[in-house]
Design a protein around this ligand. Structure first.
Ligand SMILES: Cc1cc2nc3c(=O)[nH]c(=O)nc-3n(C[C@H](O)[C@H](O)[C@H](O)COP(=O)(O)O)c2cc1C
Length: 311
């Protein structure tokens, strides 16, 4: 391979390449997190965790369609106490590989985000990701915290109060102005942003079954269909706040990842692409990004960041 340097720095932590496993995709066990780390991820994110165990929505919960995936997993997770053991083991498996572990947390009220993080502190995750943006639990939780700058800031502040570890806040594109939410969470103590969560909710109908394809009826969209929305959000965010951004949403190739970086992302999250390109997708994307950089004369990822904004 060429001599380009793919490493990036996220909140003072050096990542060997820009690729981060997105939350909820292959992050349910320590063994899976290690497997993704061995398959090229520079950081891995665990499944979002709440205070108590949740079964999530009934099957089917994830369906591929021509634009990507539609899912209504519904934040199925084993609860914070059980997650401590998973994260501890994940850290033990991933730290020797130089791969940090991001613990994703959610809550039903703002204070609950802090309570979950307080429990997870015992596992010493390298980062927290505050998931204020899941579109699949609106029936229970009401609109996501990410829909309102005040609520988004309250959830962020609740985590900030219990930890000194870097906090990534995960935003939604389902808002009138993502920049207002970003400013609010950065003021409340966010060290980085992740954007975007799944878009929607959306619905697909099986016309022969005469019913929605998902048992839950509606679900969040991910994969290529949402990439232009994600790129626009990252572009707007990077022009608004100075904290680093993990850009995600439909990134399926090394060149898609370059697009995110040129929009202003520091790192790039990958989720749905595992479904259509398999477990080796990140190694492939690393090679694709390196080939692009070689072709275009970039020596470091940093040189590409924000280029689409002009000078
Ligand atoms: C099956 C599935 C489960 C997900 N679960 C979570 C989750 O638990 N927490 C979260 O913050 N995002 C979750 N997401 C959203 C992803 O982390 C990511 O933000 C989104 O899918 C866009 O990236 P992608 O197009 O690369 O998948 C999930 C996505 C999928 C497809």
């Amino acid at each position: 391979m060429s001599g380009v340097d793919l490493s990036v720095e996220l909140c003072g932590v050096r990542l060997r390449n820009p690729f981060v496993l997105a939350a909820g995709v292959l992050g349910t066990s320590a063994a899976l997190l290690e497997r993704v780390a061995r398959a090229g991820a520079a950081a891995v994110t665990s499944k979002s965790c709440g205070l108590l165990p949740r079964l999530g929505h009934p099957n089917p919960t994830v369906i591929p369609w021509e634009g990507g995936l539609i899912n209504a997993v519904g934040l199925a997770n084993p609860g914070a106490t059980a997650m401590v053991a998973i994260l501890r083991e994940a850290k033990a498996r991933c730290a020797p590989l130089g791969v940090p572990v991001v613990a994703s947390v959610f809550g039903d009220v703002a204070e609950a985000f802090g309570e979950v993080a307080r429990v997870l502190e015992e596992a010493e995750p390298d980062f927290y990701e505050v998931n204020i943006s899941c579109p699949n639990v609106a029936a229970e939780f009401g609109s996501p915290f990410a829909a309102d700058p005040v609520q988004a800031a309250a959830a962020t502040a609740a985590v900030r109060q219990v930890t000194r570890r870097p906090i990534i806040v995960k935003l939604s594109a389902n808002v009138a102005d993502v920049r207002a939410v970003a400013r609010a969470v950065v003021d409340a103590g966010a060290d980085a942003l992740a954007a975007i969560n799944t878009l929607g909710p959306g619905m697909l109908i099986d016309i022969r079954a005469r019913a929605p394809v998902l048992a839950n009826g509606v679900g969040g969209l991910s994969g290529p269909a949402i990439r232009p929305v994600a790129v626009r959000c990252v572009y707007e965010l990077s022009a608004t706040v100075s904290v680093p951004i993990i850009g995600m949403g439909g990134v399926s190739s090394g060149e898609d990842a370059v697009e995110m970086i040129m929009a202003g992302a520091t790192a790039v999250g990958v989720g749905s692409a595992f479904y259509y390109r398999g477990m080796d997708v990140l190694n492939a994307m690393v090679a694709e990004m390196a080939a692009f950089m070689d072709e275009q004369g970039f020596a470091r990822v940093e040189e590409m960041r924000g280029l689409a904004h002009g000078v």
